[in-house]
Structures are given as C-alpha cells and as structure tokens.
Design a protein around this ligand. Structure first.
Ligand code: LMR
Length: 402
C-alpha cells in the first residue's frame, strides 16, 4: 500500500553531513551543522560534563526509572532561573511554568501544539524572514497554520533591518505569536541591540502579541550567560506573557541528549497549574516523558556554584575560539583581496556567519572544493579550524570571482 509513496525532500542542514561523510575526496570540510568542534576539528565533550558524568557513575541514588511527564524538577527550576534571572519577578510571583523538553525543537513543538489548543483561533505565528528552517515547518505541523514572515536582515549592512522588523511587527494582527531569537541569530549572526530589544518589547506589549523566544545559544554568543539573556530577562521583567524554548545542545555540548525546556510566563499565578496540566496532556501521548541523563547533567551544573563557574569558563573558551575563526577568515579573505568588505564576519555573532554567498556559489564550492555549507550561504564558524581557514577563504575567493 506504500507503492505510491514519494521521496521526502532532504533536510537542508542535516543532509549535508551525510553528503560530507560520503564524499570520498581527501580534502573536504564540513561547515554546515551548528555543532562546536575543537581547533583539531573534533567534536567536544565539555570537561565539566565529563566530571559530572564521572560523579554520576558512582551515585547509588541514580537509576533508570521514568522521569515525570514534566521532567526533572531540579532541572526545570534551574533552567528557568538561568533564562530569566535568579531574581526574576515572574518566577518569584510563581507565574512561570517550565517543563523539560526534547531540546529546543521539542520545546517548540510542545509549545506550539499547546498554543494551537488554547491560544486565540486563527492567530498566526510570525518568524524572521531568515530563520532556522524548522521555525517554518513546526507551526503548521503543530496545528498553527502556515507562518508569516517579518523582515529581519539587511543584506547591505549585513545587520538587522530594524526599521523593517518594527514595521512588520506593528502591522501584524494584534495577538500574533512572534518567534524571536534572543541571541546569536541563526542563520544571520545579526542581533538586536539592547535598546532595540526594549523598543521591540514596547510594540509587542502594545499590540498584545505573544513573544515566543527560541534560545539555543545562551552563553554561546558572547561567552556571557547574563549578557546573552538580556532580551529574556527584559521582556519577563515587563510583566508580559511569553513563551521560551531552551536548548543545552550547544552551550553544554549535549546535542544528542535532547536536553531542553519550555517555559510559559503567564499573567497570574492562578493559571499556572492549568497550564502545567495541559502541557502534560500534550507531552504524554507524544513521547510520554523526557530522557533523564542530559537533564541530570545540566541540573547538577546549574545548581552547583563550582561546576557552574567551570561551565562559564568553558563557554568563554568555545565562544572565544569562534571569535578567533571570524577574525582569521576575515583576514584571509582580505589578504586574498577577495572583492567585497568582510568586516561583517567579525561583527556577526554566535556560531554562524551569513556570508552573502549565493546558491550557485555554494554549489560551486561544494563541487570543486568539497566544502559543505548551507545553500543560503550560512557557514558554521565552529566547524572551522586554524588549519582550514585558508582553504575556505581560497574557495570563497574563487567562487566570488567565478
Ligand atoms: C543548526 O542550525 O545547524 C543546528 O541548530 C542544528 C539543527 O538541528 O538544525
């Protein structure tokens, strides 16, 4: 009965890894997926994570029982504080509901499915014109309909098109759901300034929109967890309702452990229990309960000041290496006198750089140099190393001149 089944299109990010692995070329490079690599090009287990895992091996209180549907309590409490601040008024007033989720993707899916059941019918989800591909796909699959787009990126300045963004957010029907990247925007690497966040918050509050933050890079943008949460902390402090998905894939390197959370800040404490029970209703038939291992690691690090400090140091190290790669790539392109200004490479922030390379240029680079990047010209700076910078710069130079 499946004779007529059509092929599904390949995933624009994950399929590149397979192509890269299957490529027999001796010299090849993968700068597609947003996953941190060391300067030797190796995947990385954070030493603090290893330390916790070693402690766990000898902990007789641990077992493989199910977690509750809503996840590990110590993790849920700590992750909300990491996002909104220790002193967050919303948390102190008991207006924040947090459930563990299957990393950021799972949190978005649960959150949007929850909204499709209980948020105003017909409300549309708006995402940035340039965004992580799943932001477009998850809302319709969660019952929210096709997404709307708001302007985000200015191709000339390679920064945020803040005027366009504000216009589009102001013109969206009142009560729309606005997906926002609080830091290290994926794919453009262009973030709003603190002042722009404040202005955006005013418009969102006036319009009665519901912001849905997707925080996949806290601590990864600047190496400073507090600086990177500015938007979250600020919006929450303004007393508006909001949603948040969090992922510990990048900042703790727990990619495969699917460690994340969904938080909902509501206007009144009396609603919290109802929200929690309904979120559990979404989760239980979807995957029953979340995985324990990553959440235990994250909870241990978040709740122990010594380990927390170590983690901060490691975040600085990882984000610092990414900054070094930005500078190195810029200098290499300047040395080659590749047409264009490459200063933006250093200004953009987080794991990704939006190079401005066109689809045909990306194809050319893939074919001739066996370098794999997203077709929209996004490269993962974290996939680059001191010894591969010149190779990438040379390929980009060739593509631009071709
Ligand atoms: C990326 O954008 O490369 C990462 O967020 C990985 C993913 O799941 O797409």
């Amino acid at each position: 009965f499946l004779d007529g089944i059509p092929d599904a299109p390949p995933d624009p990010i994950l399929s590149l890894r397979t192509l890269y692995e299957e490529d027999p070329a001796e010299k090849k490079l993968n700068v597609s997926v947003g996953a941190y690599r060391t300067d030797e090009g190796k995947s990385y287990v954070l030493p603090v994570v290893k330390e916790v895992e070693t402690m766990m091996l000898d902990d007789p209180s641990l077992n493989h029982e199910y977690l509750p549907v809503e996840g590990l309590k110590e993790f849920r409490d700590a992750t909300a504080k990491l996002a909104f601040g220790e002193d967050s008024l919303a948390i102190r007033e008991g207006r924040c509901v947090t459930v563990q989720a299957l990393s950021g993707t799972g949190a978005l899916r649960v959150g949007l499915e929850f909204l499709s059941r209980f948020y105003a019918q017909g409300a549309k989800v708006y995402i940035p014109e340039q965004s992580w591909p799943l932001h477009r796909r998850i809302p319709p699959l969660s019952g929210m309909g096709e997404v709307g787009l708001y302007r985000y990126f200015n191709a000339d300045t390679k920064g945020v098109d803040f005027t366009g963004l504000m216009e589009d957010i102001s013109h969206a029907p009142n009560g729309s759901i606005i997906v926002l990247h609080p830091c290290a925007h994926n794919p453009t690497g262009a973030d709003l300034s603190f002042d722009e966040w404040k202005r955006l918050c005013t418009v969102i509050a006036e319009k009665g929109h519901l912001p849905f933050f997707d925080a996949a890079y806290q601590g990864f943008a600047t190496g400073d967890l507090i600086r990177d949460r500015f938007a979250l902390e600020y919006f929450a402090s303004q007393g508006i309702e909001l949603m948040l998905s969090q992922s510990y894939a990048k900042n703790m390197g727990l990619y495969g452990e699917r460690t994340g959370a969904l938080s909902v800040i509501v206007s009144d404490k009396s609603i919290v229990d109802r929200v929690l029970t309904q979120l559990k209703q979404v989760i239980r038939p979807m995957y029953s309960s979340p995985p324990a291992h990553g959440a235990r690691i994250a909870a241990t690090i978040l709740n122990n000041p010594v380990l927390f400090d170590k983690w901060n140091g490691e975040l600085k190290l990882m984000s610092g290496r990414i900054l070094e790669m930005r500078t190195a790539l810029k200098l290499a392109l300047q040395k080659l006198q590749t047409p264009g200004s490459w200063d933006f490479l250093e200004k953009q922030i987080g794991m990704f750089s939006y190079t401005g390379l066109t689809g045909p240029e990306v194809d050319f680079i893939q074919e001739k140099y066996h370098i794999y990047m997203m077709r929209n010209g996004r490269i993962s700076m974290a996939g680059l190393t001191t010894s591969t910078v010149d190779y990438l710069a040379g390929a980009m130079h060739d593509a631009v001149l071709n």
